[in-house]
Each structure stands twice: as C-alpha cells, then as structure tokens.
Design a binder for this molecule. Structure first.
Ligand code: URA
Length: 196
C-alpha cells in the first residue's frame, strides 16, 4: 500500500535527524525537522533552529516562536492544523546567519516536505526563506504581504518574528500578513488557483 503523507514526513524527519550533509551536524544537540499537520493548508518557513529549538528538537519554541504561535492562533488556526519548518534543520553556532553552502546542503529536505504536504500556501518568515522560495536579492520591506506564485505554490513573505520582537513597529504588519495568510488559505483551491 502506498505510504501516506504522515509516514512519508516521519521517514523524512528520521533521515533529517541523521543528516551529515554539512558541518552543522557536528555542533547540533539534535536536528529540528519541523512539525505539524501532514494535511496543513499552510506551511510557515523560518530560518534555522536557535538554542531552544536545538535543545527540544522542535521549531519555534523560544521567544520568537511564542510570538509566531500566538499570531497563528489569533488568525484563527489551531497550531496543530499548520506545519512549521525552517530552511536549515540544524542550529548554526551562536545563531549566526545561515551560510550559502548550508542552505544548499539542506534545501532538499524542505522541498521534500513541501512536495509531500502540498500546502495551499507557504508563508516565508524573514529573508532566508524568502530568498530560497521566492527569489534571492529581494528586500523584505518592499514585498512583505504581497503573495506570489512560485513553482505552483502561492507564497506570502512576511517578517521573521525575531525582527518583530526587535522592532515593535513591525508588529501590526506582521499580524496583518498572518491574517491575510489565513484568508488566502481559504480561497486557494486544491489546484493552487486563487478563487477570489
Ligand atoms: N528562528 C527560526 O528561524 N526558526 C526557529 O525554529 C526558531 C527561531
């Protein structure tokens, strides 16, 4: 019998936990594959695990995660209805920015997760997921909140929640973008078409 999405995602997570494709594996406590519903209509993609995530093996469980998860709930989702992942599955030392080689070594895991889940919408959080899933070199302040279609996925870029914690002026836009994500996820059909 064909493997279901849940089994496929679990098998991917098992392989991610054992991945040695880049040197970040040497410093990790554990890899952070991502978590959520295999049938999620929306996938949120952050940058990389931080200290709390590395310790717990779960994405967005520290301070920025609390903001993200609270905003997701305020927009009307249950946390277990969505899927939350990162561009990098292992923590960079001292939470430094991801390096290009690390992103290239890790990207196939995220793509495999997205192809398995086939969400109606992907929300990119911050510049690394925006560069990977929309286009490199874009400025987040110019395109946040504007959805685009890439490789058959509708993608909505917004701020990374840590940027919002550093600059509270970004909070209203961040909330607006996540609320827009909720609305979009309800009007995109299973073929990725917007019905507005
Ligand atoms: N920041 C991220 O980008 N991802 C996490 O999982 C936690 C913090």
């Amino acid at each position: 019998m064909a493997e279901g999405k849940r089994e496929l995602l679990e098998r991917l997570a098992g392989r991610i936990r054992e991945c040695t494709a880049c040197p970040l594996c040497e410093g990790r406590t554990q890899a952070v594959p991502g978590e959520g519903s295999p049938d999620a209509r929306v996938v949120f993609v952050g940058e990389a695990p931080g200290r709390d995530e590395d310790a717990q093996g779960r994405p967005f469980v520290g301070r920025s995660g609390q903001l993200l998860r609270q905003t997701i709930r305020e927009a009307g989702w249950r946390e277990d209805e969505v899927f939350i992942a990162n561009v990098l599955k292992c923590r960079p030392p001292d939470n430094r920015d991801p390096a290009d080689e690390e992103i290239q070594a890790c990207r196939a895991w995220l793509i495999a997760q997205l192809v398995t889940i086939r969400p109606r919408l992907i929300v990119t959080l911050g510049r690394y997921s925006m560069a990977l899933l929309i286009k490199p070199g874009l400025r987040i302040t110019q395109i946040r909140g504007q959805h685009v279609v890439r490789d058959g996925f509708v993608v909505l870029p917004t701020y990374h929640p840590s940027a919002v914690l550093r600059d509270q002026d970004k909070l209203a836009d961040f909330r607006r973008d996540i609320t827009k994500a909720r609305r979009l996820s309800e009007v995109i059909d299973d073929n990725g078409r917007l019905n507005v």
